[in-house]
Design a protein around this ligand. Structure first.
Ligand SMILES: Cc1cc2nc3c(=O)[nH]c(=O)nc-3n(C[C@H](O)[C@H](O)[C@H](O)COP(=O)(O)O)c2cc1C
Length: 371
């Protein structure tokens, strides 16, 4: 395989990337228990995957306690969490890498065990199908969430803005807004989960309003060219999915385009299960191909890419950079392996969300040496 495109430099907002092999956000549940802080083991993991001029998007991190819903996933709302993340950003910067943080609120996919007994909040009181992971690592059916009152929305937006300020204090180079995979912002976008009758529900314009207001608030903190957003228009992860995605996402992407964000990060339909389960390619075209004509800045595509399919995507100018999720887990030196055509180490799904260093910081470089 010739890698003529993956290793061309790229300007991404204010960043100058030396290659286009991006590490997307990957929840790994290795943050410190109770405090939800990033820690030295996480700094080691991210540092292992950093390259000079490379781009890493840090795993989904709660903007506030009410956004929580996974044990040992990190937050970005306390002073300790800011300090914890500094270990990570220092490790990535020491290698010459760049790093954004993904800002997250789980909405209806949480469980009271993470919320001091309170119900999860959501656009509407509609329970997701499936099971939540409780704070004690048990699986329990999702509960019917509490619909946010209109008067609570401005506070929610301010919590996103504060998380963005905290990410700056933690040394990140920017932030990515998580508006994909069935979590709170996507719950507002999609009609199955948003049946509100106020200005945040009903029409497509109204369902997009919160995402656009959150984007504006975060862009005011960072400058739009240090903000990206992640969408999964054809996603079905976590009981999400819009019956007719095109009208909704055409409106949303055209509106987001006005901000001049650093990038749009799209998850391809063939990865609509968000990497949690194998999903057959659905009979829909590539999301990047569909939406590229509506987007003026950079586009990152994610979802089941290998070196050759990534090259083809870039060669066709359907994306500017490619994110490799599961392969980055098991190949800490992934960019170098793709550049040299070195065989890749398969990932072990059993350790995606386990505890401790196994399957986390013990994957080696191609030559078998420690990463
Ligand atoms: C273990 C694991 C954790 C993930 N965590 C996140 C996350 O925190 N935020 C997010 O937007 N996507 C998350 N995803 C989705 C990935 O970023 C990516 O879109 C997906 O794995 C498809 O890409 P791949 O086929 O290259 O793995 C996760 C996927 C996996 C496998």
């Amino acid at each position: 395989m010739t890698t003529t495109h993956l290793f061309k430099p790229l300007s991404l907002g204010r960043l100058s990337l030396s290659h286009r092999v991006v590490m997307p956000p990957l929840t790994r549940m290795r943050a410190t228990e109770q405090t939800y802080t990033a820690n030295p083991m996480m700094a080691r993991y991210y540092g292992q995957r950093a390259t000079p001029g490379g781009f890493i998007i840090g795993e989904a991190s709660q903007i506030s306690p009410d956004g929580r819903g996974v044990p040992c996933s990190p937050g970005i709302h306390t002073p300790e969490q800011i300090e914890g993340w500094k270990l990570v950003t220092d490790a990535v910067h020491a290698k010459g890498g760049h790093m954004f943080l993904q800002l997250w609120h789980m909405g209806r996919l949480s469980h009271p065990s993470h919320l001091d007994g309170a119900l999860p909040v959501a656009p509407s009181a509609i329970a997701a199908q499936g099971e939540a992971l409780t704070a004690n690592y048990k699986r329990e059916p999702f509960l019917t969430p509490r619909a946010l009152a209109t008067g609570e929305i401005s506070g929610l937006i301010e919590r996103y803005a504060q998380a963005a300020r905290n990410a700056m204090a933690a040394g990140f180079d920017g932030v990515e807004i998580h508006s994909a995979n069935g979590y709170l912002l996507e719950q507002f976008l999609q009609s199955r989960t948003n049946q509100r009758t106020d200005v945040y529900g009903g029409s497509i314009e109204n369902r997009c309003r919160l995402v656009l207001e959150v984007t504006a608030a975060i862009a005011a903190v960072w400058g739009a060219d240090r903000v990206g957003i992640r969408l999964s228009p054809y996603g079905i992860a976590n009981d999400s999915g819009e019956a007719e995605p095109m009208p909704l996402y055409t409106h949303l992407i055209r509106e987001l385009d006005q901000f001049g964000l650093a990038y749009l990060h799209l998850i391809e339909p063939r990865a609509s299960g968000a990497g949690q389960r194998e999903v057959d390619h659905q009979n829909v075209p590539s999301a990047a191909k569909l939406f590229r004509p509506m987007w003026r800045t950079k586009l990152i595509a994610a979802g089941n890419f290998r070196g050759d399919s990534a090259e083809a995507m870039l060669a066709d100018s359907d994306a500017d950079a490619i994110a490799f999720g599961r392969l980055f887990i098991s190949n800490p030196d992934l960019p170098e392996r793709l550049r040299t055509g070195t065989p890749l180490t398969p990932y072990n799904r059993a350790t995606f969300y386990s505890k401790g260093p196994e399957g986390y910081v013990d994957y080696t470089k191609a030559d078998g040496s420690a990463a």
